[in-house]
Design a protein around this ligand. Structure first.
Ligand code: SAH
Ligand code: DHB
Ligand code: MG
Length: 222
């Protein structure tokens, strides 16, 4: 793999396309200072999430897996003034960093960080019976991805876009011999979505600063 070249191109793109800014950089610095793992989406992927959410005209966005709020900033910035991001995070420390980062980005009023196991928060969201979501980004623990996909389908409106991160995993998704729970979770998710009459789905393989991976995009049928 040309990992170094892929990274260099991402660095070049970051500057050529101006996919970062001081607020995003400060959010990464704060997450690093707090000792969070540096597993957020790349700048060009953050911009992709932002563009997709805007292209959907998303007013209500759900994120599963907040970390320090980097992708959350990109998504919350895609919302209209009366829009709302609900983002779910297991780790209270991650959530605290994310809340501070969203506040520094001027997005605190538009973003709701909920702490706890995502499956519990998703059940609570369904029980509360709020408005359906227009856009869902699934980026938490991969073994549970099939369940997150089910909840996303349940909580999203017809026409909504569902995006799943880390679905190629350096090609491991296609390795029939893999016993990695993350690989099995991702594979089951894609196989189920591919056979699910409720969605149209595709996967893009990606290379760059995050190595070789991929994003699944699924549109909920009308
Ligand atoms: N979307 C973020 C990255 C998320 S990393 C970004 O791109 O900026 C994955 C996050 O999922 C981590 O913060 C991890 O703590 C969280 N997570 C793991 N298991 C979880 C669970 N069961 N429920 C909710 N969040 C979980
Ligand atoms: C991991 C999780 C992610 O969501 C990601 O984008 C990269 C790595 C991880 O758990 O290692
Ligand atoms: Mg991810």
């Amino acid at each position: 793999m040309n990992a170094e070249l892929f990274r260099d191109v991402d660095t070049w793109l970051e500057h050529a396309l101006a996919t970062t800014d001081p607020v995003l950089e400060e959010s990464l610095a704060a997450a690093r200072a707090a000792g969070l793992p540096e597993i957020q989406v790349a700048p060009n992927q953050g911009r992709l999430l932002h563009l997709l959410a805007r292209a959907c005209g998303a007013r209500r966005v759900l994120e599963i897996g907040t970390l320090g709020g980097y992708s959350a900033i990109w998504l919350a910035r895609a919302l209209p003034a009366d829009g709302r991001l609900v983002t779910l995070e297991l780790d209270p420390k991650h959530a605290e960093v994310a809340r501070a980062n969203l506040a520094r980005a001027g997005l605190a009023a538009r973003a709701d960080v909920r702490v706890g196991p995502a499956l519990d928060s998703l059940a609570a969201l369904a029980a509360a019976g709020g408005e359906p979501f227009d856009f869902v980004f699934v980026d938490a623990d991969k073994p549970a991805m099939p369940e997150y996909a089910e909840w996303a389908l349940r909580l999203a409106r017809p026409g909504a876009l569902l995006v799943f991160d880390n679905v190629v995993r350096e090609g491991a998704v296609a390795d029939a011999a893999s016993t990695d729970p993350a690989v099995l979770g991702v594979r089951r998710t894609l196989e189920r979505l591919g056979a699910d009459a409720r969605v149209d789905v595709t996967v893009l393989q990606t290379v760059g600063s995050k190595g070789w991976d991929g994003l699944a995009l699924a549109r909920v049928r009308d």
